[in-house]
Write a protein that binds this ligand. Sequence first.
Ligand SMILES: Cc1cc2nc3c(=O)[nH]c(=O)nc-3n(C[C@H](O)[C@H](O)[C@H](O)COP(=O)(O)OP(=O)(O)OC[C@H]3O[C@@H](n4cnc5c(N)ncnc54)[C@H](O)[C@@H]3O)c2cc1C
Ligand code: SF4
Length: 335
Amino acid sequence: MNNFTYSQATDTASALKLLSAGPDRNAARFLAGGTNLIDLMREGIEQPQSLVDITRVPLAEVLELPNGDLRIGALVRNSHLAANAAVRERYPLLSQAILMGASAQLRNMATTGGNLMQRTRCYYFYDSAAACNKRVPGSGCDALEGFNRIHAILGTSPQCIASHPSDMCVALAALDAHINITGPSGERRVAFTDFHRLPGDTPERDTDLEPGELITSIDLPASSSGLHSTYRKVRDRASYAFALVSVAAALKVADGVIRDVRVALGGVAHKPWRASVAEDLLRGKPPRPDIFATAAAAELAPAIPREFNAFKVELAKRTITLVLSELAAGEGAAR
Ligand SMILES: Cc1cc2nc3c(=O)[nH]c(=O)nc-3n(C[C@H](O)[C@H](O)[C@H](O)COP(=O)(O)OP(=O)(O)OC[C@H]3O[C@@H](n4cnc5c(N)ncnc54)[C@H](O)[C@@H]3O)c2cc1C
Ligand code: SF4
């Protein structure tokens, strides 16, 4: 491991200042729960020159805003967020998604901001002997012709087919959340679905966050509360495994037709994938399994399967159809 400096921030201003204090802002990292960053440092994939511990920055609250939105501080631990009464009552799919991720011990450490920023679980990204454009831009991608069972099928590029590993982020994409960010150029707000990037020609960039910027909170809109919703995660083991395919969905039916529908997919793309093609086809239609299946097929039509992940195309279609059919039948309890 390389040498690095360690400092503790007490508020957002000192966090930004400490991060910019070193010779190279690109080589400085915020340290939150450390459950991803420390692993990456141990493997030599992340080699920061300085770590700024932000765990004492007062961003660990869930607040109700005057307009009815719910604001989640970036340092709220995943376990606290899943257990929060307002989240469980108004946004149950978020609570379900978090509880299906990692283990209780990890959720006690992991933070909201860190979950958004966690990096892919692509085996070749973690193997410094492998070619990986995300780790070393321009070096190639061993996953393209390698063991690509966990990799993406939508929005991929010839440079990278990594998938995004988060469960929580899939629920946040379905809920139309917004991310609040502060940095050297001031504060800004980003729609959740615009925050994570597709790989394109720059797979080394996972998100829209600029060097030196800090995620301060996430807002859940009041308009997304109270929807009939659920989160379904399909994985190799019942616990402690990342999603092969996951679906966060919400449905509102009135007068026999779909008035509001949200579908987001995990495990299939470089970012949490909002299934807007399927949503557009479903609005105004009757909530029938054959119509759900047609919409799911349209969403997956552009998929590019590889040797070991072709099963994800059918799995995603079937999971979308099943989840929406259960919601329509009023049977949306998470499994
Ligand atoms: C064994 C194991 C199993 C797991 N299983 C799952 C799973 O099934 N589903 C799932 O979703 N996740 C899973 N995870 C991932 C886990 O959820 C993440 O590691 C965790 O959410 C990261 O949060 P953290 O606070 O520990 O981040 P850290 O490790 O502290 O930081 C991660 C990155 O985020 C940056 N960062 C942190 N906070 C901020 C901020 N406020 N602003 C800007 N940048 C910030 C850091 O600089 C760093 O680059 C698993 C992890 C492990 C180790
Ligand atoms: S899929 Fe992406 S992360 Fe994995 S080896 Fe290829 S470039 Fe690296």
